[in-house]
Design a protein around this ligand. Structure first.
Ligand SMILES: Nc1ncnc2c1ncn2[C@@H]1O[C@H](COP(=O)(O)OP(=O)(O)OP(=O)(O)O)[C@@H](O)[C@H]1O
Length: 264
C-alpha cells in the first residue's frame, strides 16, 4: 500500500478553484517532486498534504503507522530566532513526542544535528549561522520527529547555489540511508531530476496533475554522471519537463486573455 494517497482532492480559495481532482500516490521510500508553472497550486497541494489546509472535496490518507505522519521543511527555514539550534531541532519533538522527557528529546535532536553536520553548533542562534546551516537545522528538525513522509517546499530556494548543491546531495543520502519517503515542491528542474524517483507535472487553471514522469536513472546524477547513455537520458527527461512548462505558460497566457475564472 502507498504510504500517502491523495484521493480526488479539490480546493478553492474563496470560491476560486485552485486545485481540481488531484490524485497521487507515494510509495514508502520514494522521493517524489512536484513541478508546475507559477501559481498552479504546488504549495497549496503541499499545505493540504501537511494538514495546514483542508480540502473542499477529497481525502488525504497516510498509511496507518505508529509514528508522526509528516513534517515540513520550509523555504524560509521557519526557525525561532530566540531559540538556539538544539532548541529549534527539539521543538518539533516537544509537540509530537510528549511521551519523551526533555532529556530524551534532546538526545534525539543531537543525533539529527550530527547527521546534518552541525555538531558543535548546538548553542548557536539562527542569526549566528549561515543560510545553508539554517536549512540544515530545518532538515534536522523535520527528520527528528521521524515522519512517515518528509514534505519539502522549495527547501533550497533561499540558499546560495553552492550550498544548495551540497545540501541536495546530503538530503538525498540522508533520505536514502534512513529509508524516508519525501515529497518536494520545486521550481528547479535539475534539482527535481537529481533527487526524484518520480516527478509530477502540474497544469494550471485549475491546478491538476498532467503527467507522472519516472526518473529511470541511477544515482549519483547530474554533473556526476559518467555514462553517455545516462547523460542522454537526463537531457531527454529535462527537455520533457521544460516542454511541459513552456506549454503550461502558453495556456496560462491564453487564459489571461480569455478572462475566464472557474468557480466551484
Ligand atoms: N491565501 C490565499 N488566498 C487566496 N488565494 C491564494 C492564497 N494563496 C495562494 N493563492 C492563489 O492560489 C493559487 C495557487 O497558489 P500556490 O502558491 O499554491 O501556487 P504555486 O504553484 O505554489 O505558486 P509559485 O510557484 O509561484 O510558488 C495562485 O493563483 C495564488 O494566487
Amino acid at each position: 500500500m502507498a504510504v500517502l494517497e491523495v484521493d480526488d482532492i479539490s480546493f478553492a480559495y474563496g470560491g476560486h478553484l485552485v486545485l481540481r481532482e488531484i490524485n497521487m500516490q507515494v510509495e514508502r521510500g520514494e522521493f517524489v517532486s512536484i513541478i508546475g508553472p507559477s501559481g498552479c497550486g504546488k504549495s497549496t497541494l503541499l499545505a493540504l498534504i501537511a494538514g495546514m489546509r483542508t480540502a473542499v472535496v477529497g481525502n488525504i490518507n497516510f498509511e496507518a503507522g505508529s509514528g508522526t505522519q509528516r513534517a515540513v521543511v520550509f523555504q524560509d527555514f521557519a526557525l525561532l530566532p530566540w531559540k538556539n539550534v538544539l532548541a529549534n531541532v527539539s521543538m518539533g519533538l516537544a509537540y509530537q513526542r510528549r511521551d519523551l522527557s526533555r532529556r530524551e528529546r534532546e538526545e534525539i535532536a543531537r543525533k539529527y544535528i550530527d547527521l546534518v553536520g552541525l555538531r558543535g553548533f548546538e548553542k548557536k542562534f539562527p542569526y549566528q549561522i549561515s543560510g545553508g546551516m539554517r536549512q540544515r537545522v530545518g532538515i534536522a528538525r523535520a527528520l527528528a520527529v521521524e515522519p512517515e513522509v518528509l514534505l519539502l517546499d522549495e527547501p533550497f530556494a533561499s540558499i546560495d547555489a553552492q550550498n544548495a548543491e551540497i545540501l541536495r546531495k546530503e538530503l538525498r543520502d540522508l533520505v536514502n540511508e534512513q529509508g524516508r519517503t519525501a515529497v518536494m515542491v520545486t521550481h528547479n528542474l535539475d534539482e527535481a531530476l537529481y533527487l526524484s524517483d518520480r516527478i509530477l507535472l502540474m497544469g494550471t487553471r485549475p491546478g491538476c496533475v498532467r503527467e507522472d514522469v519516472v526518473v529511470d536513472l541511477p544515482h549519483p546524477r547530474g554533473p556526476e554522471m559518467q555514462n553517455p547513455a545516462d547523460q542522454r537520458r537526463y537531457q531527454e527527461l529535462r527537455s520533457r519537463l521544460w516542454e511541459h512548462l513552456i506549454q503550461e505558460v502558453a495556456k496560462e497566457k491564453e487564459w489571461m486573455n480569455s478572462d475566464q475564472v472557474e468557480r466551484i
